[in-house]
Design a binder for this molecule. Structure first.
Ligand code: NAD
Length: 330
C-alpha cells in the first residue's frame, strides 16, 4: 500500500522503516500535519496516516476522498481530530490505536502530580543557579488525600491504582463503572462528589459532552487549593477559567500535557520565535503551572506498539481482513 504519513517525526520514521520490513508498504513521509492546505499532498494515496493535531475535518476528508484515499490510520487513541461521520459518508474507513501501554500516560500523570505538588521543576532550576533555598517549595503529603479520576478507563484505572499505592483515597467519575477500578478500592461518585478531591486527574476522551468539563462553574465547586492534572485532551479544560481560578487561589496548581490550542504549537521547536498565543504565555508565567508538550505517551514501548498496530491495521485493510481497531461511526 502507498501510505502518506503526515506529522512524521524522525523518531517515528526510524521505527516505522524497521517495522515495515515485515509489511513491505510504500511509506512517504510528510513533516507537515494533514490540514486543508496540505491535503493535496495525499492525492493518489489509498492510505493516509495522521497524528493528534492533524485536522481531519469534513473539508479535508472530501479532498482526500477525491484523491482516492480509502483509509485513515491515526497513530493515537483519541480521535477527536477526525470527523468520523463525514468519513463514513465518504466511505473512508478510520482506524486508531485502541490499546498501547496505557501505563505510559498514567505514569506520566503521576509524574506531573509529584512535580507540581513538590515543585520539582522549580527546585531543579534553583539548584542549577546555586540557590538552595527551600522557601516556596513546600508541598503536601499525598498519603490520605483524596484523588479524583474523571474517566476510569484504561489509563484512569492505572493512574488510580498507582495513587491507591501512595495511600490516597481514590474516587471516580464515569458513567461506566469499571470492576477493576472498584477492585483497587476506587469509589464512584456523582459530579458533586468531586468537591472532596485534593487532586483531580482527567482521563476521559474529548467529546461534545466533555468539552470544557472543567469550567468556571466546576472550578468554583472544587476544594480550594486543589491540584488539576490533564494528560487527556486540552479541550476538557476552559483554560481562561483555569487562569482565573489560579489567580484567585481557588485552584492550587495545574499540570497539563495537553492544551486546547496546541495545534500549531506542539511538536515543534518555537524557541526562536515569538509565540502569539497570549493564553499559553500567561499560563507558563505562573509558578504553580507545569506544561509539557503532549509527551505522556512518549515511551519506547508505547511508540513501538502505536506504530506496529498502525502497520498491522493497514496490512489487514490491504488484505481485506476485518479491522480490529476500526472506529465505528454508528
Ligand atoms: P478509555 O476509552 O479506556 O477510557 C475513557 C473513559 O472515559 C471511559 O471509561 C469512558 O466511559 C469515560 N468517559 C467518557 N465520557 C465521559 C464523561 N462524560 N464523563 C466521565 N467519564 C467519561 O480511554 P484511555 O485509553 O484510558 O484514554 C483516555 C484518554 O487519554 C484518550 O481519550 C486520550 O484523549 C487521552 N490520551 C492522551 C495521551 C497523551 O499522550 N497525553 C495519550 C493517549 C491517550
Amino acid at each position: 500500500m502507498r501510505i502518506a504519513v503526515f506529522s512524521a517525526k524522525k523518531y517515528e520514521r526510524t521505527i516505522l522503516d524497521k517495522l515495515n520490513e515485515k509489511h513491505g508498504h510504500d511509506l512517504v513521509y510528510f513533516e507537515t500535519p494533514l490540514e486543508v492546505g496540505t491535503a493535496p499532498l495525499a492525492m493518489g494515496f489509498p492510505v493516509v496516516s495522521v497524528f493528534v493535531n492533524d485536522s481531519v475535518d469534513r473539508n479535508v476528508l472530501k479532498q482526500i476522498a477525491t484523491g482516492g484515499t480509502k483509509l485513515v490510520a491515526t497513530r493515537s487513541t483519541g480521535f477527536n481530530h477526525i470527523d468520523v461521520e463525514a468519513a463514513k459518508e465518504l466511505s473512508i474507513r478510520i482506524v486508531r490505536v485502541t490499546d498501547y501501554s496505557p501505563n505510559s500516560v498514567a505514569e506520566f500523570a503521576v509524574g506531573l502530580l509529584l512535580a507540581l505538588n513538590r515543585k520539582i521543576p522549580r527546585a531543579y532550576n534553583r539548584t542549577r543557579e546555586g540557590n538552595f533555598e527551600l522557601d516556596g517549595l513546600m508541598g503536601f503529603d499525598l498519603v490520605g488525600r483524596t484523588v479524583a479520576v474523571i474517566g476510569t478507563g484504561k489509563i484512569g484505572t492505572i493512574f488510580a491504582r498507582i495513587m491507591a499505592g501512595f495511600g490516597c483515597t481514590v474516587i471516580g467519575f464515569d458513567m461506566y463503572h469499571s470492576p477493576e477500578f472498584e477492585r483497587i478500592g476506587g469509589r464512584y461518585v456523582e459530579a458533586e462528589g468531586l468537591e472532596e478531591a485534593d487532586v483531580i486527574s482527567l482521563h476521559c476522551p474529548l467529546t461534545p459532552q466533555t468539552h470544557h468539563i472543567i469550567n468556571a462553574r466546576t472550578l468554583a465547586r472544587m476544594k480550594r487549593g486543589a491540584l488539576l492534572i490533564n494528560t487527556s485532551r486540552g479541550g476538557l479544560v476552559d483554560t481562561e477559567a483555569a487562569i482565573d481560578a489560579l489567580k484567585s487561589g481557588q485552584l492550587g496548581g495545574i499540570a497539563i500535557d495537553v492544551y486546547e490550542q496546541e495545534a500549531g504549537l506542539f511538536f515543534r521547536d518555537l524557541s526562536s520565535t515569538i509565540i502569539p498565543d497570549d493564553v499559553i504565555q500567561r499560563l507558563v508565567s505562573f509558578p504553580n503551572v507545569i506544561l509539557t508538550g503532549h509527551q505522556a505517551f512518549f515511551t519506547r514501548e508505547a511508540l513501538e506498539t502505536i506504530l506496529n498496530t498502525t502497520l498491522v491495521s493497514i496490512s489487514d485493510f490491504a488484505a481485506g481482513r476485518p479491522l480490529a481497531n476500526e472506529i465505528d461511526a454508528s
